[in-house]
Design a protein around this ligand. Structure first.
Ligand SMILES: Cc1cc2nc3c(=O)[nH]c(=O)nc-3n(C[C@H](O)[C@H](O)[C@H](O)COP(=O)(O)O)c2cc1C
Length: 303
């Protein structure tokens, strides 16, 4: 089905539908529900140089049309990933992309240096936009200078596809996008979660142990779409859009706004087969509208 094929840097995707970091485990957790070879790629859980326990509970809360999370990048660290997880997932018939997080530039670089040894990882996504960790994380993604600095440092040690994930918790996303593009990123993914909070009026306490957390799901879709569209008009590198996608129609909206590919996050928790349904829905839409390639739709919004 070449009409669905897209390229992001050197990354070749059989279709533009991928799953978002932190919402799809390492892929194998979902292999009983879907044929993983049907999707364009899997962004695995946020990985850090050292093991992280994550934040205290409660760290999830439901909201109207979405959820708040404050998981805080719980993972067993890069060495555990290399020796215990990579062997199980390296032969998936889809792209396995590692989401790299850190507190310092050295953390990001060290993690990347370990990943370059793994020949079945065609791309990494730098998470410079996590709102749930005390130091680092979002701090890099809300300032153009530090976003550029971390991109530049990782670019020096990573010659495969480099995707940088942007934070929506900024005044002007295009300023950060241009700074990151200027340091050689191949692609930008957006958006990470929006900073939010919830309060329990009976205890008169915050619902999350961290007080604030990251908002995701359908409620963030209009914000995400707006940011994709603004960024599409500001940079030349391909975008990977996400934020509240829960059906194929949402995916088409993101593509029209300027996404070359998309990621599905929170909706995997509601319907673990959603990614394949979105692939099929996009293919049918192309057929019905006599469009020969999904690439023709990217940024085709008529204004
Ligand atoms: C429980 C949970 C964990 C997440 N963990 C990560 C992570 O480790 N790294 C990252 O870059 N984004 C993480 N995200 C953000 C998602 O990848 C995505 O950017 C965001 O949720 C918006 O998409 P959605 O509305 O489709 O979920 C997480 C989101 C959720 C809900």
């Amino acid at each position: 089905m070449d009409k669905l094929r897209v390229n992001i840097g050197k990354l070749d995707l059989k279709n533009p539908v991928m799953t978002a970091s932190g919402t799809f485990g390492y892929g194998k957790e979902y292999s009983d529900f879907i044929d993983l070879s049907r999707i364009g790629g899997i962004f695995v859980k946020g990985t850090t140089i050292r093991e992280r326990q994550g934040n205290d509970y409660p760290r999830m809360a439901e909201t109207p049309s979405g959820m708040l999370n404050a998981v805080g990048l719980q993972n067993k660290g890069i060495d555990y990933f290399v020796s215990n997880i990579y062997p199980d997932i390296k032969d998936f018939d889809t792209n396995v992309i590692v989401n790299v997080s850190g507190s310092t530039i050295e953390d990001y670089v060290e993690c990347t240096e370990k990943l370059i040894e793994l020949d079945k990882i065609p791309a990494i996504e730098l998470n410079i936009s996590c709102p749930n960790v005390k130091e680092g994380g979002m701090a890099f993604g809300v300032c153009a200078e530090s976003a550029a600095e971390v991109t530049k440092a990782v670019r020096k040690v990573w010659d495969r596809t480099l995707i940088v994930k942007l934070s929506p918790n900024v005044t002007d996303v295009t300023e950060i996008a241009k700074a990151v593009e200027g340091e050689g990123a191949d692609s930008l993914s957006l958006i990470n979660t929006l900073l939010g909070m919830a309060i329990n009026i009976n205890s008169q306490r915050p619902v999350l142990s961290t007080v604030t957390g990251g908002l995701s799901g359908p409620c963030v879709k209009p914000v995400a779409l707006r940011m994709v569209w603004q960024t599409y008009n500001a940079v030349k590198i391909p975008l990977i859009g996400m934020g509240g996608i829960s059906c194929w129609q949402d995916a088409i909206e993101f593509i029209l706004a300027g996404s070359s590919a998309i990621q599905i996050g929170t909706h995997n928790f509601i319907d673990p087969t959603i990614s394949v349904k979105v692939v099929d829905g996009i293919a049918e839409y192309l057929d019905k509208n006599n469009i020969s390639s999904v690439r023709e739709l990217v940024g085709a919004l008529k204004i």
